[in-house]
Design a protein around this ligand. Structure first.
Ligand code: 1GP
Length: 241
């Protein structure tokens, strides 16, 4: 999974099973495939059940796209997916997210036959529902070096993916300076982790900024649900950089 990285930057389309009807997921997945999304993430922070996850995964798989679970909780897992982001929420203050959730999740991932992708989740700025539910202490937008220090720590702890998250629907995305500094730190220690940025990315311009700052991948959710057409420009801008 995530092997297409060598060829180009990666675009991820996020679908929230609690906010998306199966027919909408089908429409989104079709547009995502046509416009060049590499992977579909299925996940949400509230109201997600194994059943709603299953249905959405099935619909997306039918469109021929690889599906990665992006779990907001242990209910957000499906054996029909290909892989799961195995999350460590590094700036959560809740001990549940620093061992208990992972221990419970490990057996579910094993028994469902999903590929685990060791992922460090860094919540920045707005934080959204994910930040609130995870009892995170979001890193202020004005502290790019603090974001980068978190990304560096994630890499040093062996994460394969470092996900800088401003929160779904964030009024501002993660600042490009924070992405740039994070990437610089990772390069300095020659760490191979994939740097992904999400939350509040709604335009081709911002996508381009993220590419230029050094993001290996971006995640878009809301914009796809509101206007699947906008996805075309975002994916193109990010990939061209
Ligand atoms: C949230 O990063 C994602 O986890 C996507 O955010 O819905 O704002 O695109 P948006």
């Amino acid at each position: 999974m995530l092997e297409r990285r060598k060829e180009s930057r990666l675009h991820f389309t996020l679908i929230d099973p609690d906010k998306t009807e199966p027919w909408e997921a089908e429409k989104i997945a079709r547009a995502a495939r046509e416009y060049g999304t590499d992977y579909v993430l299925v996940g949400g922070s509230l109201g997600v059940s194994p059943q709603s996850t299953d249905i959405i995964v099935e619909v997306v798989k039918r469109e021929g796209l690889p599906v990665i679970i992006f779990p907001g909780s242990l209910n957000n897992v499906s054996p029909k997916a290909d892989a799961a982001l195995f999350l460590n929420i590094i700036n959560s203050d809740d001990p549940y997210y620093h061992g208990i959730a992972q221990v419970q999740g490990s057996l579910i991932v094993l028994r469902h036959g999903l590929e685990p992708i060791p992922t460090c989740y860094v919540i920045v700025g707005y934080g959204g529902t994910a930040g609130y539910m995870a009892r995170a202490r979001p890193i202020p937008y004005e502290k790019p070096e603090l974001v980068a220090a978190h990304a560096l720590a994630c890499a040093m702890m062996g994460s394969k993916v470092i996900y800088l998250e401003a929160g779904s629907g964030a009024p501002r995305p993660v600042p490009p300076e924070a992405v740039f500094l994070s990437k610089e730190f990772l390069k300095a220690v020659e760490m191979e982790a994939l740097l992904i940025v999400g939350g509040g990315i709604r335009s081709a311009e911002v996508a381009k900024d993220m590419a230029r700052a050094g993001a290996d991948g971006i995640v878009t959710g809301n914009i796809v649900e509101q206007n699947p057409e906008a996805l075309r420009e975002i994916v193109k801008a990010f990939k061209e950089g």
